[in-house]
Design a protein around this ligand. Structure first.
Ligand code: CO
Ligand code: ZN
Length: 338
């Protein structure tokens, strides 16, 4: 699975500019799915038909990542930029960014009165080696992503864009290993989660699933002086109870917990006080779709070095396989109000 994770995390795909990562994902899922399609907004959908008598299940992982967008090119060829999604200026100074055309940029910072203070985005610029507007290889509106290689070190995996290429990798691996299931399973690789959640929202409208699960990262509380949180790296995938955008539907939560317990997979309960996922948008589609999340614990989210644990990733795949293969229609909806 390492090579899948490496290629996915190193791929280019900031929100709204997902073409390269979508092509890569399409090449991975096309041989495995009964049908592959792209929604009008650009999300990739791979369908695995069920053996009948099941439900329509949607699994969603977002393929977009945070990044930066050029807002202005000055007369000396330096670029001003705005964040795409939740980028912090803390992680910017000295960082390298890569544009879709391959151009590399270095983020620099202006002279400031107090050099120990975190700079604002207005004080930062990108240097692509140009000397003026004429020889600048990128233009206003071009987007770039942070540049970092994938590294596997023991159980830990470090890369940019683990949020949420690790969710994409979990979906690809689940589709690869999925045996006969009664359910019709829609694997959705959504666009624009980091900005508007619009990819998953519109994909869900088209699919009209009976139930939806977002597979995304969640933060942990296990680093020095961290804000307290009960999720730790390496203790298993986390089943979401609540985040800032939603309360997970109890039927989804319990379905995932039963699958973990049946298969003997360690798991954690997640209550996330800030941030949300595609599931918060999906649950509001049409008359409402029971939705939940399976989360991969991740340290340093929205920095260029996001860290996950290999066993948590494997546990997430096994949990989804158990949930999809081991459940009938009535066990899925046993506690659902619909
Ligand atoms: Co994110
Ligand atoms: Zn995410």
């Amino acid at each position: 699975m390492d090579e899948v994770i490496r290629s996915l995390t190193e791929a280019y795909g900031p929100s709204g500019f997902e073409d390269p990562v979508r092509s890569l994902l399409r090449s991975m899922v096309a041989p495995l799915a009964d049908e592959v399609r792209i929604t009008p907004l650009g999300s990739l959908v791979a369908v695995r038909r069920g053996t009948g008598n099941g439900r329509r299940m949607m699994l969603a992982a977002h393929m977009d990542e945070i990044g930066v967008m050029v807002t202005y090119v000055d007369e000396k060829g330096f670029l001003r930029f705005t964040p795409i999604g939740g980028v912090s200026p803390l992680t910017c100074v000295g960082a390298r960014v890569r544009f879709e055309n391959g151009v590399l940029g270095v983020i620099g910072v202006e002279k400031r009165e107090d050099p120990h203070k975190v700079p604002s985005f207005e004080q930062l610029y990108i240097d692509v080696g140009a000397t003026g507007r004429e020889d600048c290889p990128v233009r206003v509106g071009d987007a770039a992503v942070f540049e970092r290689p994938f590294v596997a070190q023991g159980r830990r995996l470090v890369a940019k864009a683990m949020d949420d290429r690790i969710g994409c990798a979990v979906l690809v691996e689940t589709l690869t290993r999925l045996g006969p299931t009664p359910h019709e399973v829609y694997f959705v690789f959504s666009v624009q989660e980091e900005t508007t959640l619009s990819g998953a929202r519109t994909a869900a409208y088209g699919i009209e699933p009976d139930m939806a699960i977002a597979v995304d990262v969640t933060r942990t509380g296990d680093t020095p002086e961290s804000q307290p949180m009960a999720v730790e790296l390496g203790k298993g995938p986390a089943i979401k109870v609540q985040d800032a955008g939603m309360i997970a539907h109890p039927a989804v939560r319990e379905w995932l917990m039963r699958a973990a317990e049946t298969a003997g997979i360690p798991y954690q309960m997640e209550v996330l006080e800030r941030g949300t996922t595609d599931a918060s948008a999906v649950q509001l589609v049409r008359a409402g779709i029971p939705s939940g999340c399976l989360s991969i614990p991740c340290r340093y989210i929205h920095t260029p070095s996001e860290m996950v644990d290999r066993e948590d990733v494997e546990g997430a795949v096994r949990l989804l396989l158990q949930a999809l293969e081991g459940s009938s229609q009535e066990s899925v909806t046993r506690n659902a109000s619909r």
